[in-house]
Design a protein around this ligand. Structure first.
Ligand SMILES: *Cc1c(COP(=O)(O)O)cnc(C)c1O
Length: 408
């Protein structure tokens, strides 16, 4: 087997069976009534938030970007521990509002918001992160029609990028946000009698495991935010500096050390001057909060050998867990950490391909794995599965049952 994933060094086992949230994997499957299932550990979610809070400057506000995992129970739990929620659609907005969190702590970003979504957001009183000139014009019309001043922050497409990111979301031409160089004209023309200006949103990238790259991006983000604040038409109440903190998915990846990132943020907060001094700084995170607390469990339903290669056939796959299959943006497919949940160790191992029920060779759960010899009914568990799972997968492809979800 290739090098053991760091994540597999941090597991609890009882009687050779994986424990999740202090329960055996097989018990969890019994509780939900079968496989496949995503299990999310409430304790692990809480511990993750507490650890980041303890590491980060006290003044830093933390938001949860709910598209990473919008299960209502998860969003409810996260809302009770964090300072706000970030949504990317009308439906996500409703999930966020139903937690009871204050509407002004919800922000709505997204590159092609529909007029109806804008209308709903303004009535609800949430902050719209404006991403185009036409979007701003639509908000003026809504302001006239409703007699409500829309709460607006500007999503700015920065003139830099977050280096070594899993996903680059800024720098150069992008569909996200308004180019930084266009902002002076937009800000000088803003009618604050009609628009309730709140601040800025500067998001430069995602899934980053390199503290140096994050530090460089934060330096540049603060520098841009200070420049924009100097020409803002009203008090800048908040600047959302994006997120980008990653988690290790693949063999050889190391968990991000947040200490230097936190120290640099404290330095940046301390060195602010002028009107920028009492602006709230917000960091928005998705996968960093929820990714490690989630487990995808499916069942071995058949075994076969094809020309010397052993296959474990399961009832789960790409249709529930597209990112694990390698088809959600990866260039070269690598394995997420995978175990046989009820056979964590075994004297006899075999080299297997773990596949799902779809009629496509892309339907991979794990490739070239060396695992204890599995039997029918065994449970395959995929770690690092709490983010971009159920709702980021084509669940209706081939019309198999949708995946179950359990927060426990
Ligand atoms: C998706 C997204 C996030 C969350 O990204 P993660 O990599 O899950 O932390 C944060 N902010 C914005 C604007 C996003 O689009």
């Amino acid at each position: 087997m290739s090098k053991k994933h760091d994540r597999l060094e941090r597991i609890n086992v009882n009687n050779n069976e994986l424990l999740i949230a202090d329960r055996k994997a097989s018990e969890l499957v019994d509780i939900v009534g079968g496989t496949p299932v995503y299990v999310y550990s409430r304790t692990e979610l809480s511990d993750r938030v507490k650890a980041l809070r303890a590491a980060m400057p006290e003044a830093l506000k933390l938001h949860y970007a709910i598209k990473a995992n919008p299960m209502p129970a998860v969003v409810q739990h996260m809302s009770s521990m964090l300072d706000g929620l970030d949504v990317a659609s009308h439906k996500e907005m409703l999930v966020a509002l139903s937690t009871g969190i204050a509407p002004e702590t919800i922000s709505f970003a997204g590159p092609a918001k529909q007029p109806g979504e804008l209308w709903a957001a303004v009535v609800a009183g949430i902050v719209v992160n404006v991403e185009s000139v036409l979007e701003l014009e639509r908000l003026y019309v809504i302001s006239e029609d409703l007699g409500i001043r829309p709460k607006v922050a500007f999503r700015v497409n920065p003139d830099f990028e977050l280096k070594s990111s899993g996903m680059k979301m800024a720098g150069g031409p992008k569909q996200f946000g308004i180019d930084a160089e266009l902002m002076p004209d937009i800000l000088s023309g803003l009618d604050t009698a009609k628009i309730d200006f709140k601040g800025f949103h500067i998001f430069s990238g995602s899934q980053n495991l390199k503290a140096d790259a994050l530090i460089e991006a934060h330096d540049k983000t603060f520098e841009l935010a200070a420049r924009l604040t100097a020409i803002a038409p009203a008090k800048v109440e908040h600047v959302n500096i994006g997120g980008g903190l990653g988690i290790p998915y693949f063999p050889g990846e190391k968990a991000l050390d947040v200490t230097p990132v936190a120290e640099n943020l404290q330095r940046l907060l301390d060195s602010r001057s002028g009107d920028f001094r009492d602006t709230e700084i917000v960091m928005e995170l998705g996968r960093y909060f929820v990714g490690e607390a989630g487990y995808y469990i499916c069942k071995v339903t058949d075994k076969k050998v094809s020309r010397g290669q052993a296959y474990l056939m399961t009832d789960g796959g790409l249709h529930h867990h597209l990112s694990n299959s390698g088809n959600f943006g990866q260039v070269i497919r690598k394995n997420y950490p995978v175990l046989i949940a009820n056979r964590v160790d075994g004297d006899k191992t075999e080299k297997v391909e773990i596949v799902g029920p779809l009629c496509t060779p892309l339907d991979i759960v794990g490739a070239k794995l060396e695992l204890p010899e599995a039997e029918l009914g065994d449970l395959v568990v995929v770690f690092q599965s709490g983010a971009y799972g159920a709702t980021a997968s084509p669940q209706d492809f081939l019309s198999h049952p949708h995946v179950r979800e359990l927060l426990i």
